[in-house]
Design a protein around this ligand. Structure first.
Ligand code: KG4
Ligand code: ZN
Length: 403
């Protein structure tokens, strides 16, 4: 049974077909929907989750909010890599191509038929609107046809539940109030999480997200996309104290982040050190080899550049942990949850563990750090128990706020 790290991945395609998005339905459709579905006599705790907010098309079946029966992720990295970032139009097309096979595979691997589901959960936002619409439209159609309740999930809440669902029992387990640091390609947010999954936003990035900074620095230096995993793998080969970056000073809310300054500092450093030959060598390597190994990168990356990467990563980690610790202190946190793609970063994990904080720190399993649908199904479970169901008027919301 594929769970956690052993996620199933569908291969990316060379291209996809175009599609037109569906707008909101009218009142008559809502009434029809309400009559049609079979709840509230819900018979199963199995939830099919669907996630398509950015560049992963994902489907998963989760039982009781935490037992992952399947988790399928179709990555679009190969499609976007040559552009050094996600191209929204291409992302929508790839979602359209992958969504049906991803859902089929998730059901098959969970050995679950549609009739055995209790609900369908879908990411409502935040994210790329064209991408969100693909998952949303398909989830609505499936829910309508199979008479299942539909549950709308905020993507950020999904990231938080990727951790909560795996650590709500055992020793140590998450205790509340908890501080959640959600750090990915699109978000760098600090939330207070109270009992009953109530959230309060404490701080957020004012410009780039931390993952975005990793991606932009990697692109600038001729490494591939996404940049986080490459910098993570190369940073241990450099000296984190070699290049001094100044930490961002925030006016106003001291718990906010800013990563545009360090990105510009790296750009200045590159301009000052005449690095064009090595950057060209790395671009050539990337053009010749689909996914270069660490050794292959090391052959085209001089020591000074490794020092730059190590120092950049160390500064970002210091920023993240400094503000997380200050927020945790402010709310009297009893646990720290770190989630989102950047939570994969080994330097961040080591630094959080060695910081000897007064409360336990929880990270997701690696397969649940980056975007996936198991976290969406898990986040839907408390809503499922409360009967918080959406209707056919549900709309994708690119800027959906959690709190
Ligand atoms: O959560 P995610 O899959 O998508 C968003 O919601 O954005 O996060 C993707 C981001 C990318 O920016 C990627 O570079 C970053 O997470 N990332 C990492 C690592 N693995 C992924 N950043 C630092 N270290 C990593 N090991
Ligand atoms: Zn995400």
């Amino acid at each position: 049974m594929p769970v956690l790290d052993g996620q199933s991945r569908l291969p990316p395609s060379a291209d996809g077909s175009s599609f037109t998005s569906q707008g909101a339905t009218n009142a008559a459709a809502v009434i029809l929907w309400a009559k049609h579905r079979k709840h509230p006599y819900v018979s199963s705790s199995r939830i099919l989750g669907i996630e398509s907010s950015c560049d992963e098309t994902a489907a998963a079946v989760v039982a009781d909010g935490s037992r992952i029966l399947s988790s399928v992720v179709s990555s679009q990295i190969a499609t976007h890599a040559k552009y050094g970032g996600v191209v929204p139009e291409l992302a929508s097309r790839e979602h359209l191509r992958a969504i049906v096979p991803a859902v089929r595979l998730a059901l098959e691997q969970a050995d679950t038929r549609m009739e055995e589901l209790g609900a369908i959960a879908v990411t409502q936002g935040p994210g790329l609107v064209g991408s969100l619409l693909v998952g949303m439209t398909y989830a609505k159609a499936l829910a309508f046809v199979h008479r299942l309740p539909l549950i709308a999930v905020n993507h950020i809440e999904g990231h938080i539940h990727a951790v909560i669902s795996q650590h709500s029992s055992g020793d140590p387990c998450i205790e509340y109030p908890a501080l959640a640091l959600v750090v990915s390609g699109g978000h760098t947010h600090l939330y207070e999480v109270r009992e009953g999954f109530r959230y309060r936003l404490l701080g957020r990035t004012r410009d780039d997200a931390a993952g975005e900074a990793f991606d932009k620095v990697a692109k600038l230096l001729g490494f591939g996309y996404p940049g986080g995993p490459i910098i993570d793998a190369l940073a241990p080969h450099g000296d984190p104290e070699a290049v001094r970056f100044t930490l961002a000073k925030m006016k106003g809310n001291a718990l906010d982040f800013s990563f545009s300054g360090i990105k510009t500092a790296v750009l200045r450093w590159v301009e000052a050190h005449g690095m064009s030959a090595e950057i060209t060598a790395r671009r050539e390597l990337l053009a010749a080899v689909h996914r270069p190994s660490v050794d292959e990168w090391l052959r085209v990356t001089p020591r000074a550049t490794l020092d730059l990467l190590a120092s950049f990563q160390a500064t970002v980690i210091e920023e993240l942990l400094k503000r997380a610790a200050a927020s945790a202190e402010e709310i009297g946190a009893r646990s720290l949850i770190v989630s989102g793609g950047v939570a994969c970063n080994s330097g961040l994990r080591i630094a959080a563990e060695s910081a000897a904080l007064a409360y336990p720190v929880f990270f997701p399993e690696p397969g649940l750090s980056t975007d996936n649908a198991a976290m969406i199904a898990a986040a839907a479970f408390p809503k499922f128990l409360r009967g918080e169901f959406a209707d056919a008027t549900l709309k994708a919301d690119a800027n959906l706020a959690l709190a």
